[in-house]
Every structure is written in structure tokens, then in C-alpha cells.
Design a protein around this ligand. Structure first.
Ligand SMILES: Cc1ncc(COP(=O)(O)O)c(C=O)c1O
Length: 389
């Protein structure tokens, strides 16, 4: 029998079906899903807008490179035009976040002829070689060096370090809310200073919204709130309602120098992916997803703050924004994640100590109340017994 390489310990849960904010196991037991496929299912499982578009597209054409014109390509471009920042009017489709990051880095290198990149402590941009080179966590990097870029990691959110970005830098890449690294939110003045410095030294500003984007933090794009204008925006995960699709959106300046055959992708821009993306944008706009995520996020954050104040020996504080939230624990959350799963709540880890919650926007007040109660009851059992961990 062929063995699956998982790279992570299996969760010990066999999922039979999923709908909205829930999944069910083989015995019909329901779980509240705050893991959402590492955040890819922010629109909820089987989002009706996305499913309708996918069904319609399956009746038409399933394989067609975007070299050919098609109705779904027109619709996807039109949909993106309604949600992308104005200066980012050019897109290339990929399949995963890492691939899209990779393309942004390739473009930055070729356009500037510089090999140096700046990224930040706590960053996560993916696991392909270019994306890994700008990913901070040692666990993911170990054994894979040397990397194809020279990378300097500056301390995240430290404005006085930004002058270190020099004229030899091709691009600066950052997440407006660090996902994998521990749910640290970028301060608006930090983002604005990075943008200013990029302009001064002629480096591209690449904003990676693979996890934070598409309404999750309460805005369509988390970085836009600070007024920052990116040269390249990378998106993935939730944009296709869980269907694999990603893109890089770039300025006219970056796009105008694209050469024939310089880049390509067999599956990038697949008609089903474009259909899922079109349905995703319809959901985002039709269901007021950013507003709903902002409201649900504030309820969940209030609940988590209460848990933190009740359990100070166990919890350092609440992190994140919108529906990208976490509790920073005083120890690894791995065992807590297992205990929550056994009680019906699926969560994940961020950084080394953060219990990460990535609920879909369809989450209800009742779900939020239940999740807070479950987290509180698990953490209470740790309060007086930290030594057993
Ligand atoms: C901010 C960010 N960038 C890039 C990636 C990589 O995306 P993918 O796993 O789809 O390659 C991730 C995945 O977690 C991410 O959170």
C-alpha cells in the first residue's frame, strides 16, 4: 500500500462531510471548524455562490489556458476589478500562495536586477524555494539552504529599523497580519514607513495577503486600511472558497515590462478555478463578508479577552484581527488543540505558543459563544496544573 507523506502528525479525525462552519465525522458527530483548511475555507464549506459557479462551469469547459478567451475569464476579471486596489490592475493566476509569492519575487528580481530581498521576523510566505527564502521560521528552512535570494530579516513592526532597507534591495515582502508566525498585526505607521522607504530606494513593496486577505480581517485587503499602496499583492487561500486558486496583482509599471514566455503555469487560470474565484467575489460582495467578519471577530475577540483575563497563568493575551484571532499561551498549544478537537472544536497553531482560530464568516453568535466556552473550559483545566504540560 502506498503511504501518504503528511509532514505533520495526523489529526485522528475522519471527516465525512462539511457544510458552512461545520464538519461531521463518520459517526455523525459535528465539529465547529475554526481550522477551515488552514484558512482556505473562510467563505464556509460549500459556499453556495462558489458551488453554483463551479457547477455551471463544469457543464461548459474544464480545461482552458487563459491564452484563450472565455466567458468565465471575462467574469473573473470583472469580479476582480471590483475588489482590487486601483493601482493593481494586472493579474496573473497561479494555484497556490507559494507559487504566487514565487512569481512576485521573480518579477522583482528581473525588473530591478537586484538579488537582495527584505522580509521580517515572524514571516511566512510559503515553502517553495523563493517563498521559503523569505520565510523566517527556522524549522521550515533548516536543511534547504542555500536559497536563491540574499535575504535580510528586519524586526517586524520596528519603524526605526526601516532605514536599513538599502538601494540594493529588489523587494520588501510582508504580511499585514502575520498568520503562521503568530498573528501579529502590522502597525499602520510601520506599513506606511516601509512603503516610503521602498519608494526612496526603488524597491518593490510586495504585500502577501494570502491569509489576511479577502475580508478576513474586516476589510477586503488588510493593508489598505493604512492607506499603503502595494506594487504587488499576493492572494490565495479563501479567494476561491477553498478551491485552489491564487494570483499576483501588479501595477502597470510591473506589468508593462512582461516579456513573451517569461512566466507560465499549466493549471494557473483553470476555468474551474476562475469560476470558484468569481463565486468567491460574489459571496464577498453579496454577503458583506468584510463587515460580517469584522462584527463576528469583535464578538470572538471580546470572548477571548474574557478567557485571557480569567486565565492569566495560562494566557499571555489575545492576538490578531477580525476573524484571524488567537490566544497567546504560556506554552505550546498542541495539547490544547487536541483537547478542543475531542470536544468538537477544530483549531490550529501559529508560531510556537499561539492557539489560532480561523473561523469562516458564516459563524454565528451561538457558535462563537460555544467556542469561547470550550476554550475556557479546556484552559481552566491547565490553570492549577501547568506542571503536567
Ligand atoms: C501569508 C502566507 N503566504 C503564503 C502562504 C503559502 O500558501 P500555500 O500554502 O497556498 O502555498 C501561506 C500559507 O499559509 C500564507 O499564510
Amino acid at each position: 500500500m502506498v503511504k501518504l507523506i503528511r509532514f505533520f502528525a495526523p489529526r485522528g479525525l475522519r471527516v465525512e462531510r462539511a457544510q458552512g462552519q461545520y464538519v461531521w465525522d463518520a459517526d455523525g458527530r459535528r465539529y465547529l471548524d475554526f481550522h477551515t483548511g488552514n484558512g482556505a475555507c473562510f467563505l464556509g464549506h460549500l459556499n453556495p455562490y462558489v458551488v453554483r459557479r463551479l457547477r455551471e462551469q463544469l457543464e461548459k469547459v474544464m480545461v482552458l489556458p487563459p491564452l484563450y478567451d472565455s466567458g468565465i475569464l471575462d467574469e473573473a476579471m470583472d469580479a476582480l476589478g471590483r475588489i482590487l486596489p486601483h493601482q493593481l490592475g494586472n493579474v496573473f493566476f497561479q494555484n497556490s500562495g507559494s507559487e504566487a509569492v514565487e512569481l512576485a519575487l521573480k518579477l522583482a528580481r528581473k525588473r530591478t536586477r537586484r538579488v537582495k530581498l527584505v522580509a521580517f521576523t515572524g514571516s511566512f510566505h510559503g515553502r517553495t524555494f523563493g517563498a521559503l527564502s523569505v520565510t523566517f521560521n527556522k524549522t521550515y528552512r533548516e536543511g534547504y539552504d542555500p536559497f536563491p535570494f540574499e535575504v535580510e530579516f528586519l524586526p517586524f513592526n520596528e519603524v526605526d529599523q526601516i532605514e536599513k532597507i538599502g538601494e540594493d534591495v529588489a523587494a520588501v515582502i510582508l504580511e499585514p497580519v502575520q498568520g503562521e508566525g503568530g498573528l501579529t498585526v502590522a502597525r499602520p505607521e510601520f506599513l506606511r514607513e516601509v512603503e516610503r522607504r521602498c519608494r526612496d530606494v526603488g524597491a518593490f513593496l510586495v504585500v502577501d495577503e494570502v491569509q489576511s486577505g479577502f475580508g478576513r480581517t474586516g476589510s477586503v485587503w488588510a493593508h489598505s486600511e493604512s492607506g499603503v499602496r502595494a506594487d504587488m499583492l499576493v492572494a490565495g487561500k479563501s479567494i476561491g472558497g477553498g478551491f485552489p486558486v491564487s494570483f499576483v496583482a501588479v501595477t502597470d509599471e510591473v506589468a508593462s515590462r512582461v516579456e513573451d514566455g517569461e512566466h507560465g503555469s499549466t493549471h494557473g487560470g483553470n476555468p474551474l478555478a476562475l469560476a470558484a474565484l468569481t463565486g468567491g467575489v460574489e459571496a464577498l460582495r453579496g454577503d458583506n463578508v468584510p463587515e460580517r467578519a469584522g462584527y463576528a471577530g469583535s464578538l470572538l475577540a471580546d470572548g477571548l479577552k474574557e478567557v485571557a483575563s480569567q486565565n492569566p497563568k495560562v494566557v499571555r493575551g489575545v492576538k490578531g484581527k477580525g476573524l484571524m484571532l488567537g490566544l497567546d499561551l504560556r506554552f505550546s498549544p498542541s495539547q490544547v488543540i487536541k483537547e478542543l478537537q475531542s470536544r468538537g472544536l477544530l483549531t490550529l497553531k501559529a508560531g510556537t505558543t499561539v492557539l489560532r482560530l480561523l473561523p469562516p464568516y458564516v459563524v454565528t453568535e451561538e457558535d462563537i459563544g460555544l467556542s469561547v466556552q470550550l476554550i475556557d473550559s479546556v484552559l481552566r483545566s491547565y490553570r492549577d496544573d501547568l506542571s503536567r504540560r
